[in-house]
Design a protein around this ligand. Structure first.
Ligand code: AMP
Ligand code: ZN
Length: 471
C-alpha cells in the first residue's frame, strides 16, 4: 500500500506522490517558532509531529529537504523588544537558542535549512513588488502595503482554499494591520508595515519607505526561496490554517502565477492542538508548560517525546502529569525488553525480522496511525518477553528482533536503552551496594537499595553484575 496522508486542501486522505518525477525528493516546510518567549510543549506537539513525518518519509526511502523558518520579526516580538529595551537580534537570539536546545532535547532532527525572516528582506521585497506589479497589492494612505483580496479574487484566484469562507456574510474590504486576526472579517492584510515610532530601531528600507514585513509574507518568501515556487508539503498547527496559511497561498499564488496543475503547495498538513483540561495550551490562557518546567519536575525529553507520539496528529490530545507517568511506565517496559534483547544478541549482525516492520509500516502508511503502530510494538514486546521467559529465543532471532526495533525507532526516535543513563550519584550508590554485598554487609546493602529507590531507581542483580533501571 502506498503512503497515504490527509491533505487539508482536499479534506481527504490521499496517496502521497511527490512532485519529483523520479518520486524520490520531497520538499517540506514547517512554520517555525516565533521567538518571543520559551516555546511550550503545545508548540512542541506540532514540531514532534513534523519530525515524525520527516522521519517516516525517510524510512520510506524519500529524500527529504526540511525547511523550518524562525520568525524573528513580527508584532509580539517588536512589542517585547521595546518593553525590555534591548535589540531585536539580542532578544530573538536568546529565544532561538533556547528553542533549539528544547528541540534537540526532544530528539527532533534538525531541519536542513533554518531561515530567519530578518535575513530574507530582499526576497520579501521582491515578492511584494511582484504583487504590486500585478495590481494585487497597493500602498494605502497609512503608508503600508496591503494585499487586496478583491483584486486577487478578480484574477480568478480562490481565497479560502484551506477553510470555507462565506464572503456574503463577511465584511470584505476592511483592512487589518495586525498579523493575527479573526476570519469574521476577511480583510486586506499587511504585506509591508510602515515604520511607526513604537517600532523603535526595527525597520528596513524598501521601495515603499522604511518599515518591516508582515508575518504572512515572510513564510511565502522563505519557503519558495529554499524549496522552489512549488513544493510538496507544508505543515503547521491547526491555528495556522487561517489566516496565516490562507494568506501564504494568496501571496504566493498571486505573485508567482502558476501554470495549470501547479500550486504553491500540493499537500497541506495541520496538527491538532495540545489541550490542558480540555482547553488549548496557550500563553494567553496561562495553562502551559514549557519543556524546562517538565524537566524540572523530573521528566525527561524522551518521556515527553514518547507521550506526544502516542496520539494521532489530527486527534485532540489532553496533556496531564499522569499521562507523563504512564509514558514512563510504558518506556520502562519497552526498555527492559530491548535491554534483554541487546544482551542476548551480542554483536550478531542479521537482517531485521519482518513481522514487526510490516505491521509498523502498514499502520504508519495509513496517515501516520501511531495508535496501530504502538499496538504492534507492544504486542511484539509481549511476544518477545514470552519467548525470553521460555528460553526460546536463540541469539540470531534475538538479533533479528532487535534489528527490527532499531528500524522502527529510526522513526520514533526514542533512542536505544542507554545503560549509562543513570546519573553519577545513582551509579556511585550501586557501587557502594556492590561493595557492601561483597563484604556480606547485607544490612548496609539494603539501606543503599532503599536510597536508590527513593531516587527512583531499582537495582537488579544479573549474572553480569548489577543493572539499574528507573521505577
Ligand atoms: P508560534 O511560535 O506561536 O508561531 O507557534 C509555533 C507552532 O506551534 C505553530 O505551528 C502553532 O500552530 C503551534 N501551536 C501553538 N499552540 C499549540 C498547541 N496548543 N498545540 C499544538 N500546537 C500548537
Ligand atoms: Zn508560516
Amino acid at each position: 500500500m502506498p503512503l497515504q496522508l490527509f491533505n487539508t486542501l482536499t479534506r481527504t486522505v490521499e496517496h502521497f506522490t511527490p512532485l519529483d518525477p523520479l518520486g524520490r525528493q520531497v520538499g517540506m516546510y514547517c512554520c517555525g517558532p516565533t521567538v518571543h518567549d520559551f516555546a511550550h510543549i503545545g508548540n512542541f506537539r506540532t514540531f514532534v509531529f513534523t519530525d515524525l513525518l520527516r522521519r517516516y518519509l525517510e524510512f520510506r526511502g524519500f529524500l527529504v529537504k526540511h525547511v523550518m523558518n524562525i520568525t524573528d520579526v513580527e508584532d509580539k516580538i517588536i512589542k517585547r523588544v521595546q518593553q525590555r529595551k534591548t535589540t531585536l537580534r539580542e532578544f530573538t537570539g536568546k529565544y532561538e537558542a533556547e528553542f533549539l536546545a528544547d528541540f534537540d532535547a526532544l530528539n527532533c532532527r534538525r531541519p536542513h535549512v533554518l531561515p530567519r525572516a530578518t535575513e530574507h528582506m530582499p526576497e520579501i521585497i521582491t515578492l511584494i513588488e511582484k504583487l504590486v506589479a500585478r495590481g494585487i497589492a497597493y500602498q494605502a494612505a497609512d503608508g503600508s502595503v496591503y494585499f487586496s483580496i478583491d483584486k486577487y479574487r478578480g484574477c480568478g484566484c480562490q481565497y479560502g482554499q484551506l477553510v470555507n469562507l462565506n464572503f456574503d456574510a463577511m465584511r470584505v474590504g476592511d483592512r487589518v494591520a495586525n498579523d493575527e486576526y479573526e476570519k469574521e472579517a476577511v480583510a486586506d492584510f499587511a504585506l509591508w508595515k510602515k515604520r511607526v515610532p513604537e517600532d523603535g530601531e526595527v525597520f528596513w528600507p524598501s521601495p515603499w519607505g522604511e518599515g518591516r514585513p508582515g508575518w504572512h509574507i515572510e513564510c511565502s518568501a522563505m519557503s519558495t526561496k529554499h524549496l522552489g515556487d512549488s513544493f510538496d508539503l507544508h505543515l503547521g498547527g491547526e491555528d495556522l490554517m487561517f489566516p496565516h496559511h490562507e494568506d501564504e497561498i494568496a501571496q504566493s499564488e498571486g505573485a508567482l502565477a502558476y501554470p495549470p496543475g501547479r500550486k504553491f503547495v500540493h499537500h497541506w498538513m495541520h496538527g491538532s492542538h495540545l489541550l490542558v483540561e480540555g482547553k488549548k495550551m496557550s500563553k494567553s490562557l496561562g495553562n502551559y508548560f514549557t519543556l524546562r518546567d517538565l524537566l524540572a519536575k523530573g521528566a525527561t525529553g524522551r518521556e515527553i517525546r514518547y507521550l506526544l507520539l502516542t496520539a494521532h496528529y489530527r486527534a485532540q490530545f489532553n496533556f496531564t502529569l499522569d499521562g507523563l507517568a504512564g509514558a514512563r511506565a510504558s518506556l520502562a517496559r519497552l526498555d527492559e525488553c530491548v535491554g534483554k534483547l541487546t544482551e542476548l544478541a551480542g554483536d550478531t549482525s542479521v537482517p531485521p525480522e519482518q513481522p514487526l516492520l510490516l505491521q509498523f509500516t502498514k499502520a504508519m502508511d495509513d496517515d501516520l496511525n501511531v495508535s496501530a503502530a504502538w499496538a504492534a510494538v507492544f504486542d511484539w514486546v509481549t511476544e518477545v518477553n514470552r519467548k525470553l521467559a521460555a528460553g526460546a529465543l536463540p541469539r540470531p532471532q534475538a538479533a533479528a528482533a532487535l534489528e527490527a526495533w532499531k528500524r522502527v525507532d529510526e522513526v520514533f526516535g526514542l533512542g536505544m536503552v542507554q545503560k549509562d543513563e543513570a546519573p553519577v550519584e545513582v551509579l556511585m550508590l550501586v557501587e557502594e551496594r556492590q561493595a557492601a554485598r561483597k563484604a556480606k554487609d547485607f544490612k548496609r546493602s539494603d539501606v543503599v537499595r532503599d536510597q536508590l529507590k527513593a531516587l527512583g531507581w531499582a537495582v537488579e542483580d544479573t549474572p553480569k553484575g548489577p543493572r539499574v533501571k528507573r521505577v
